[in-house]
Design a binder for this molecule. Structure first.
Ligand code: ZN
Length: 187
């Protein structure tokens, strides 16, 4: 007898889960680990076709890289339109009601990710009125993130990447070639 899915089943339907998947490799192991970490073991057991999952990740990463709301909305609508995505009211773990994608049980990982990701990003865009997300601006990092910046848009995935970039820029400035400070002789 199937029981009502616990609140845990609703938790992986959010942006935290989506970011984890997009920041990892598009493999069955990473998919399962991300879903389990967000309390969605059932979701983690879905069929992973790596090519399809990689394509879904690329699609969503393209939206994360879009700062323009009009463009992002167009792309999100394209994902939301095909195939038709059923939604359902679900109880979140803090007892609130939320509208969530009702991803069919036989949908594979790639379809599930597209449905969950597009829905969560669309919700974010309508909540914040802007593309409150991004791809890290650090030169050696391409992690996606949810922009929690209140005053100005967030550019880095973490404080660590922001600090590292600031330090590198500072070093580059200090190392700017003074005309007669030639390369140290060394040795
Ligand atoms: Zn970063």
């Amino acid at each position: 007898m199937s029981v009502d899915p616990g609140p845990d089943d609703h938790r992986p339907r959010g942006l935290g889960f989506v970011c984890d998947v997009l920041n990892g490799p598009p493999t069955a192991a990473a998919w399962s680990a991300a879903a389990t970490a967000h309390g969605g073991r059932e979701l983690g057991g879905r069929d992973v076709v790596e090519d399809r999952l990689a394509a879904a990740v690329r699609t969503l990463r393209g939206i994360f890289a879009t700062p323009d709301a009009e463009t992002a909305a167009g792309r999100l609508n394209a994902v939301l339109a095909a195939p038709p995505l059923p939604v359902a009211l679900a109880r979140t773990d803090d007892g609130r009601w939320a509208l969530r994608p009702a991803v069919p049980a036989d949908a594979d990982a790639a379809s599930s990710l597209l449905a969950i990701g597009a829905f969560a990003l669309a919700e974010r865009l309508s909540d914040r009125g802007r593309c409150a997300w991004g791809v890290c601006a650090a030169s050696d990092c391409d992690r996606v993130f949810v922009d929690e910046g209140r005053r100005r848009p967030q550019r880095f995935c973490t404080e660590r990447c922001a600090t590292r970039t600031r330090v590198a820029a500072h070093r580059a400035r200090s190392a700017a070639p003074a005309p007669d400070a030639a390369t140290p002789a060394g040795g």
